[in-house]
Design a protein around this ligand. Structure first.
Ligand SMILES: Cc1cc2nc3c(=O)[nH]c(=O)nc-3n(C[C@H](O)[C@H](O)[C@H](O)COP(=O)(O)OP(=O)(O)OC[C@H]3O[C@@H](n4cnc5c(N)ncnc54)[C@H](O)[C@@H]3O)c2cc1C
Length: 548
């Protein structure tokens, strides 16, 4: 039986899988791999951040959504295009599995990459996942709670200043929604005056909403101004600290909340794939041909934000499909048809889609819309915006839930309870009993383990087939560093067996990196340790810089 393997459970992946399941010939297996077990409707995230909807309203479980599709919740680690296998890892032990494919769809989207502006990685909020939106909502409520009870004018000013960087759809919608939320909530914070709240939208180019006609963008800007949102155009951001954000023209704004809707880029995985495929990333994306196939590969396809797909616009000019949900949905549907055609040996169709329109909500029950050339703004556009996104939302139950919560939000005050998500500490204790196994050979470790009590036996297979390298580790010793210090994701664990009842401190990979990288003595300790303890073929490569 032929297998179509779809990597990514976002708009492109889900709509490819849906269309495949509907139209595929009998006997075709469709498998979708996603690191979450749900699909996120990203356009609703600004409303989640502003508490108009809850995080669960913006997601739908993939198994409910995709009948006839096998769902694998796992993180994709690597693709071997020659062997036609994808390596994935699952569970807290990061067990590694290889999935084979006949046809492969790369729909892994983009990730937030803020490393180009100092301080944004550390201090800016993103709005790309439900966790981001939830965190931003809690932080904004925290600022209001704190500001209501504090007198220091400097601190009050910082707490009540909210800066959003980037005035595309997500930036405009985020600032509009946050402004709404704050305005509606101030009656519960008697010590905060309305004019103390500062909302600032910063945009590098000369206009907001670059995807919409200029007249609508101007309307949106004026409407935001009327609501009390300042808009700084032609302004870049130079850096951010815990206390402020600095613009390239030297202006500095004290703010405890900086939201960055800029900086989408390829994940490290997509970069690695491009290298293996032997194609250069263009604009941070995998360039496809007009059929959405990676040139030179009969059975590898890409769609959505991760792909750069050439097409013709309505004037017949050569353009690339823009990175929007609307396009990702059409790409997915066309891609499914093309894969089926390829399997049947019939002609493929180039990707072509003329969008029906674009719209953006700007808060305060207003939106701007360009629908088939008709330009609308205000409440009518806002109603259309809601109807349009409701139509796009997958799953009847999700639609109903969103309609109910939207309706409730028209009359009821926002829920300002700061429901904390369980805090997952980067350092935690773990207990093991004698005879248990921590790692089996071939897992993909992402933690660093220090032995607090007890002992372990580590045994690592050698590449040359000689006797395994074996050591006994006791209190104060550690393991995990050999895998973490290698940039090559293909290096896997050896076997780690528990020799007596033991207690270990486990440090998450990213926390370990931050610590090792920030303390030169730790970094040189590990460098020397690995050189000394792991002989010959176990020698690690240079410690890499990727600590963020
Ligand atoms: C706040 C916000 C508002 C937006 N508003 C609009 C709007 O109004 N209109 C519009 O058209 N577009 C909008 N967009 C853009 C739109 O959401 C994206 O264009 C769309 O999500 C792209 O779909 P995709 O499938 O390519 O990527 P995504 O939806 O990002 O999906 C990528 C998938 O790949 C998975 N994945 C990634 N790496 C791995 C891995 N290693 N292993 C396993 N799975 C992995 C992810 O978990 C995810 O499921 C908005 C985006 C944001 C963030």
């Amino acid at each position: 039986m032929a297998r179509v393997l779809i990597l990514g459970g976002g708009f492109a992946g889900v709509f490819t899988a849906k269309a495949m399941a509907r139209n595929a010939p009998a006997g075709l297996e469709i498998v979708l791999v996603s690191q979450t077990n749900y699909f996120t409707f990203q356009p609703l995230l600004p409303e989640v951040a502003a508490g108009a909807l809850s995080a669960s309203d913006s997601v739908t479980q993939l198994r409910q959504l995709l009948k006839g599709v096998t769902i694998v919740q796992a993180e994709v680690l690597d693709v071997d295009f020659a062997a036609k296998t994808v390596t994935v890892t699952q569970g807290s032990k990061r067990r590694v599995t290889n999935l084979s494919y006949d046809q492969l769809v790369l729909a892994l989207g983009q990730v937030v990459r803020l490393d180009r502006v100092p301080g944004l990685n550390e201090h800016a909020f993103a709005v790309k996942t439900t966790a981001h939106a939830h965190r931003l909502r809690n932080h904004v409520i925290n600022c209001l709670e704190y500001a209501d009870g504090i007198e220091d004018p400097q601190v009050r000013k910082r707490l009540l200043s909210f800066v959003v960087i980037g005035a595309g759809f997500s930036g405009v919608e985020t600032i509009g929604e946050l402004k709404d939320m704050i305005d509606r909530s101030l009656k519960y914070y008697p010590n905060i005056a309305r004019d103390e709240v500062r909302m600032l939208l910063v945009e590098f180019s000369g206009r907001i909403l670059g995807e919409l006609p200029e007249s609508l963008a101007r309307y949106a800007e004026k409407s935001l101004n009327r609501q009390g949102v300042e808009v700084w155009l032609n302004t870049g951001v130079k850096g951010a600290t815990l206390y402020n954000v600095e613009m390239t023209d030297g202006r500095v704004v004290d703010a405890a909340t900086v939201v960055a809707t800029i900086g989408n880029g390829p994940s490290a995985l997509v970069e690695a794939m491009a290298e293996t495929l032997g194609v250069a990333l263009e604009r941070g994306k995998l360039r496809t041909d007009e059929f959405m196939r990676i040139p030179g590969y009969e059975n590898v396809w890409a769609a959505g934000d991760a792909a750069l797909i050439p097409m013709k616009n309505k004037k017949g000019e050569d353009v690339f499909a823009p990175p929007t949900a609307q396009f990702a949905v059409r790409e997915g549907q066309q891609l499914a048809a093309n894969i089926i055609a390829a399997l049947k040996g019939t002609a493929l169709k180039p990707f072509h889609y003329i969008p029906r329109g674009s719209m953006a909500s700007i808060g305060n029950f207003r939106a701007v819309a360009d629908v088939m050339g008709v330009r609308l703004s205000g409440v009518t556009a806002w109603l259309m915006w809601r109807a349009f996104y409701l139509g796009m939302l997958p799953g009847m139950v999700t639609k109903l839930r969103v309609v109910m919560n939207w309706t409730l939000d028209l009359f009821a005050p926002r829920n300002l309870g700061q429901i904390e998500q369980a805090h997952k500490s980067g350092a935690r204790m773990m207990r093991f009993s004698k005879g248990q196994t921590v790692f089996e050979p071939g897992m993909s470790a992402n933690g660093f383990y220090t032995i607090v009590k007890g002992s372990f036996c580590v045994s690592i297979l050698r590449a040359d087939g000689q006797e395994p390298f074996t050591r006994t580790l006791k209190k104060g010793d550690h393991f995990g560093e050999r895998v973490l210090f290698r940039p090559d994701k293909r290096i896997h664990t050896g076997r780690v067996d528990v020799l007596e009842d033991s207690l270990v401190l486990r440090l998450e990979k990213d926390d370990f990196w931050r610590l090792a990288h920030s303390m030169p003595m730790l970094e040189s300790y590990f460098r020397d340790y690995i050189k000394e303890k792991f002989p010959g073929d176990l020698q690690p490569e240079e410690i890499h810089d990727d600590v963020n």
